[in-house]
Ligand binder design. Structure first.
Ligand code: NAD
Length: 452
């Protein structure tokens, strides 16, 4: 690990990655490799948790192409120095801000969207001119092996290297000195990463999780609300960091809402055969999720199969904040519904908990929409939709509080892997004498007049 980091630092110091054309070439090469290996990537992710080619393309590969295309097109603009105005004291100088790459970056990926969560930060790191050590999650064994093969047999390891292995290897990596660590995963491991980074004062981006609420505040277009919600919750079998974790619905709308929710789930026919559902990643998560299902509250689904690691889309009604399912991020196909009478009380309940990664509001009432946007702190979200904000890369993607530190996607990814250097550039033909000795009364008065 140490040798790898040393070699990458040596390569970084050669200034090769500072060349914009080099970065563009590497990004184009990555895109070409992804294109060539699309079918193998589909097969690997299917072998890991039965994710279909359709879902793989729409929720992983397409986003990577978008990130690469955008970076290739805009990298020159993003990396150019920006002039800013110069204050009176420093005239006739010029001031500008100059992005520079941070250096050797470590990217640690989560398993649930293995390609997207490993490669999207890597694209941002490369676009910004860093070298990359990428450690994908070990849980989807086939996808992580394939990513290592694709990258390691095509890129110079001094520039871009995938490291295999599990927790032990990640910990060894974390002992090294990096210039940037970008982590996607759970809150407890996020803490471990943050502590390791503190030892070297390495800047971090932490893309974590949490319980993301969805508010249903009217039934003006309930059909559409439910259609969007159901897809967002059950795509990837709920194993999505920004999936609506639980529903807060006005009590008067609840019965109608649940009725439509069930009808929509039936209509979608989620199954591996229909290529719109996946397995739970492992037995440990199966057991954790099953522990959340309270059969007394189940109004739809609730069945599961340990052997095939499938849990039916499950809806639980009349859930309270004290129930087991409300104690942790669910990260699976279980949807608790909590009816409420007072929106203010519900907002207070949400705010008593850790700041969520996302929040969704379904209503046509602008006042209510604005109230929630204004009062609740969360990473990002949607009005009248769920999870789709991730697909617009003009929006920074990231959490706040316990749901994360920093953000990425599009230019925000470039910024995340850059340092913005401040430069004051002064000609030598003029210098105001104000700051120099002797400090006369007249000078003091002039300074006070100028700098009020
Ligand atoms: P995880 O924290 O268990 O693992 C993430 C990575 O950390 C893996 O690469 C793993 O090898 C490594 N790791 C695990 N234990 C470690 C340890 N003790 N020391 C060092 N490294 C360790 O998370 P996961 O199960 O892969 O993903 C689920 C979590 O990630 C959920 O909380 C979800 O919300 C979150 N997530 C967040 C985003 C986001 O973009 N904000 C995206 C996907 C997932």
């Amino acid at each position: 690990m140490q040798e790898l980091v040393n070699k990458q630092r040596h390569f970084f110091n050669s200034n090769k990655t500072k060349d914009i054309n080099f970065r563009i070439e590497q990004l184009k090469k990555l895109k070409k490799l992804l294109k060539e290996n699309e079918q193998r990537m589909e097969e690997a992710i299917y072998a890991d948790f039965s994710k279909s080619a359709f879902d793989n393309y729409s929720t992983e590969i397409a986003l990577l192409y978008l990130e690469i295309n955008d970076a290739v097109k805009k990298i020159k603009k993003w990396s150019s120095r920006k002039r800013v105005s110069t204050d009176l004291v420093n005239l006739p100088g010029r001031s500008y801000i100059m992005p520079e790459p941070l250096g050797v970056s470590l990217i640690i990926g989560a398993w649930n969207y293995p390609y997207q969560l490993s490669f999207a930060p890597a694209i941002a790191a490369i676009a910004a001119g860093n070298t990359v050590v990428l450690k994908p999650s070990e849980l989807p064994a086939n996808t992580s092996r394939l990513m290592a093969e694709i990258i390691n047999s095509n890129f110079n390891p001094e520039f871009f290297r995938v490291v295999g292995g599990g927790v032990a290897e990640t910990q060894q990596l974390l002992e090294q000195r990096f210039d940037k660590i970008f982590f996607t995963g759970s809150v407890p491991v996020g803490r471990i990463v943050y502590q390791a980074a503190a030892k070297h004062l390495t800047p971090v981006t932490l893309e974590l999780g949490g319980k993301s609420p969805a508010f249903i505040l009217d039934d003006k277009n309930l059909n559409m609300y439910v259609k969007r919600l159901v897809w967002a919750k059950f795509v990837n079998a709920g194993q999505t960091c920004i999936a609506p974790d639980y529903i807060l619905v006005k009590r008067s709308l609840k019965d109608k809402f649940i009725q439509q929710l069930i009808a929509e789930i039936k209509k979608e026919q989620f199954s591996i055969e229909n290529q719109n559902y996946v397995q739970i990643i492992n037995e440990k998560n199966m057991k954790r999720l099953i522990g959340y299902i309270n059969q007394d509250k189940v109004v739809y689904g609730g069945n599961y199969d340990m052997q095939t690691r499938i849990i039916e889309p499950t809806v639980m009604d009349e859930v309270s904040f004290d129930d087991a399912v409300m104690q942790e991020e669910i990260f699976g196909p279980i949807l608790p519904v909590i009816p409420f009478d007072s929106l203010d009380e519900m907002i207070a309940e949400v705010k008593r908990r850790e700041k969520p990664l996302s929040c969704y509001v379904f209503t046509q009432d602008k006042k209510l929409r604005n109230k929630i946007m204004h009062e609740v702190s969360f990473g990002g979200g949607c009005v009248n939709d769920a999870i789709m904000h991730i697909s617009n890369n003009k929006l920074p993607f990231g959490g706040v509080g316990e749901s994360g530190i920093g953000s990425y996607h599009g230019e925000y990814g470039f910024r995340t892997f850059s340092h913005y250097k401040s430069i004051l550039d002064k000609p030598t033909w003029f210098e105001a004498g104000l700051k120099y000795f002797p400090h006369s009364k007249a000078k003091f008065n002039l300074m006070k007049k100028l700098l009020r």
